[in-house]
Design a protein around this ligand. Structure first.
Ligand SMILES: [Mn+2]
Length: 345
């Protein structure tokens, strides 16, 4: 009889064996890093320094613009170097966290050998990618920061206050305070890290000051939102950041009743799209995959998905029309009359 093993974790001890004896390691995550990516980077940096005496640098791709993430970066002093200033010869290897090299939103600096990947997203099999010396990919985890916490625990390295705060934020935001996709491992990490984490910094990250532009963006979002009953469609033009598209999709999902919330906006030459769902059984990734069709790339799990369409061949209004017609078709809403969210009854 054939037994399929559960997704097994690699022997964490082998992580030590793939590391160089000395030198510098480059740390990377996906474009527009979020608290989980930043937390995992800080955690790996602490481990490499404390346990293995290895120095690290990090490159963050895409700007960090969401107020919470900016505050996290600033208060935890997470300093990245510009990607075009990287000399590959200065590094003995690279580690990618909260993403995988085959993902469309991940473009680490070229010419540095990839040593390890830590990620909690479903992997995409790609035969063209060379085997990775140490690969720990397990979508059972609610956050990559939890995996890094386990790695620190395995090597008996205590997170200091800064590291605990960073990892705690990673677990907290990716699992929405253990409410979304959290496992016993996430809960253990959350509780243990919370004891050491800096409460002042956590509070400041949670409630950062918001710019005037942020409120103007929300205003434009409310005006753009079309309510189709089971779908809230908010296709904007230029937006402040890809994160503001996700924020608007999240925000409108809280409208009473259950629905899909699809938001989009143009930023940095791409049309960014976020899909959220609070309907029972709703699976956001295949839905967004269908909606973008062959025009864009996306990722996601459970009730959240995000993606983008490059704006080189299509204009913003063409992209908006494409998304609108595919979304209505997917949810059998073609021909349904929408009403504006801000329309007075
Ligand atoms: Mn994550």
């Amino acid at each position: 009889m054939l037994f399929l093993p559960p997704v097994s974790r690699p022997d964490l001890e082998t992580f030590a064996s793939i590391l160089p004896q000395s030198g510098k390691i480059m740390l990377c995550t996906h474009r527009h890093p979020d608290p989980d990516g930043l937390g995992a980077i800080v955690g790996i940096c602490h481990l490499l320094k404390q346990k293995f005496g290895l120095e690290t640098d990090l490159v963050l791709e895409g700007r960090i613009r969401r107020a919470e993430n900016v505050t996290m970066r600033d208060l935890l002093e997470i300093h990245a170097m510009p990607k075009d200033g990287v000399d590959p010869a200065a590094y003995n290897g690279m580690i990618i966290v909260d993403s995988q090299p085959c993902f469309s939103h991940t473009h680490p600096p070229a010419g540095i050998p990839l040593l390890a990947v830590f990620d909690h997203h479903d992997g995409v099999s790609d035969d063209n990618i060379e085997p990775i010396p140490f690969e720990w990919v397990d979508s059972e985890f609610g956050a990559t920061s939890t995996m890094v916490y386990e790695l620190l625990k395995h090597y008996d390295v205590e997170p200091d206050k800064r590291t605990a705060t960073a990892l705690f934020c990673g677990v907290r935001y990716d699992t929405n305070n253990l409410l979304r996709g959290a496992t016993a491992a996430d809960e253990e990490a959350f509780r243990a890290l919370e004891l050491t984490a800096d409460r002042q910094i956590i509070g400041a990250i949670d409630q950062p000051p918001l710019s005037r532009e942020h409120f103007q963006q929300l205003h434009r979002g409310i005006n753009a939102c079309q309510d189709y009953g089971t779908l809230l469609l908010t296709l904007m033009d230029d937006v402040l950041s890809p994160e503001s598209v996700a924020e608007i999709a999240d925000w409108f999902l809280r409208l009473e009743g259950q629905q899909w919330s699809l938001a989009g906006g143009a930023c940095d030459g791409r049309y960014q799209v976020s899909l959220r769902c609070d309907m029972p059984g709703g699976d956001a990734y295949p839905a967004l995959r269908y909606i973008l069709g062959d025009k864009g790339a996306c990722g996601g799990h459970g009730r959240m998905a995000g993606g983008q369409i490059e704006l080189d061949e299509m204009s913003i209004s063409e992209v908006k029309m494409h998304i609108q017609s595919r979304a209505l078709e997917f949810l059998s809403l073609t021909g349904v009359e929408a009403r504006g969210l801000s329309a007075i009854e």
